[in-house]
Design a protein around this ligand. Structure first.
Ligand SMILES: [Zn+2]
Ligand SMILES: [Zn+2]
Length: 358
């Protein structure tokens, strides 16, 4: 039942019903369609969260708009519900297990809204999982750390002075300013050992008669970086490049950050835990090295908001083809058993189960 961000109504009702049936304490309507299921242990202990994203994507197929789970979030929910079943039947020994079903991942606002509603306030560890495309991981393989990058979207407005094309010295041509800005951005240098890029992706200027010196330009900028400190440096240098390059021809510039997502920051403990769980479930041959991926996930806002939170994120191979966000995306459903096993093992190591496996 694919539904797009913040419209996951049927999905949310289904998840809540399943969790309730398994004996979880269920909270619904968080950030609209978010659901949290809680299972308390007999003894005091850590707060362990497991996050599943819920939204699908809207695709145009044969001229029609269709919602499709092309990012595999249906698989993530299925795996976390599978984990719910294991944890409910084997009983949590200590602490609290909190299953967090988050809306609107693709909008990049879902995690931040769940944070505003306090879902991680009582959580010490947070796990996430995402299917990987076949090019990154095969069926029966998983990575203990999936390093998503940071991406930010900026807009710049350049203001010059309009004039007659015959008297350019009386005006300030914003297209000259924009050309200087593009060159200045392309000349930015940051640590080359960290993958990054900054580029102008839209330029709108002029558009009136061809003998008018234009006085307004708008630019869109796409920034990518694998670490958060370097992304801050990049945003800083891009802002300075735009302002000072515009200044060289006498134009004014203003830069605004329109949106973005932070890069992955994981706890070493959680990576070790994931590594152990992957080997236990898939064997040594199933354990991949950490993967650096140019994609993004709003999961990383949780640890950004709460630096004490120990976060970990498993990337799961599933014979996924042709790729994520492709309308014909498909994967081998057997992978979900692997995912349930890995999540369940990690949770067991943190909160313990009271009853041995059946
Ligand atoms: Zn996606
Ligand atoms: Zn996704």
């Amino acid at each position: 039942m694919p539904e797009v961000g913040f419209e996951e109504k049927r999905t949310s009702a289904f998840v809540a019903e399943m969790l309730g049936r398994l004996g979880f304490e269920v909270a619904t309507g968080i950030a609209g369609t978010g659901v949290v299921g809680t299972l308390k242990g007999k003894h005091s202990g850590p707060g362990v969260g497991v996050r599943a994203d819920m939204d699908a994507l809207s695709h145009t197929v044969g001229g029609e708009l269709r919602n499709i789970h092309s990012c595999g979030h249906d698989a993530h929910m299925t795996m976390v519900l599978g984990l719910a079943k294991v944890a409910a039947s084997r009983k949590v020994e200590k602490g609290v297990l909190k299953l967090i079903f988050q809306p609107g991942e693709e909008t990049l606002f879902g995690a931040r809204k769940m944070i505003e509603h306090g879902v991680i306030d009582d959580i010490d560890h947070l796990l996430g999982i995402h299917l990987r495309p076949a090019q990154e991981a095969g069926l029966g393989q998983a990575t203990p750390a999936l390093y998503h990058g940071s991406s930010y979207h900026l807009e710049a407005t350049l203001t010059g002075v309009s004039a007659h094309g015959a008297r350019p010295h009386l005006g300030v041509n914003v297209i000259d300013a924009a050309a200087a800005v593009v060159n200045a951005i392309n000349a930015i240098r940051i640590d080359p050992t960290v993958p990054h890029s900054a580029k102008v992706t839209r330029l709108i200027a002029g558009g009136g008669a061809n003998n008018i010196i234009p006085d307004k330009a708008e630019l869109a900028l796409d920034l990518r970086c694998q670490t958060n400190p370097l992304m801050r440096e990049l945003i800083d240098k891009v802002t300075r490049a735009v302002e000072s390059a515009a200044f060289t021809v006498g134009a004014k510039a203003s830069v605004t950050i329109k949106g973005g997502v932070v890069a992955a920051e994981y706890s070493d403990d959680m990576i070790d835990l994931a590594r152990e769980a992957i080997v236990a479930v898939l064997g040594e041959q199933g354990l991949l090295v950490p993967i650096v991926t140019p994609g993004a996930d709003d999961f990383h806002f949780y640890a950004q908001h709460k630096p004490a939170l120990k976060a970990g994120f498993v990337g799961l191979g599933s014979r996924l083809l042709p790729g994520l966000h492709h309308p014909e995306m498909g994967f081998d459903h057997a992978a979900m058993q692997d995912g349930i096993g890995i999540l369940s093992r990690m949770v067991e190591r943190l909160v313990g189960y009271g009853i041995p496996p059946a």
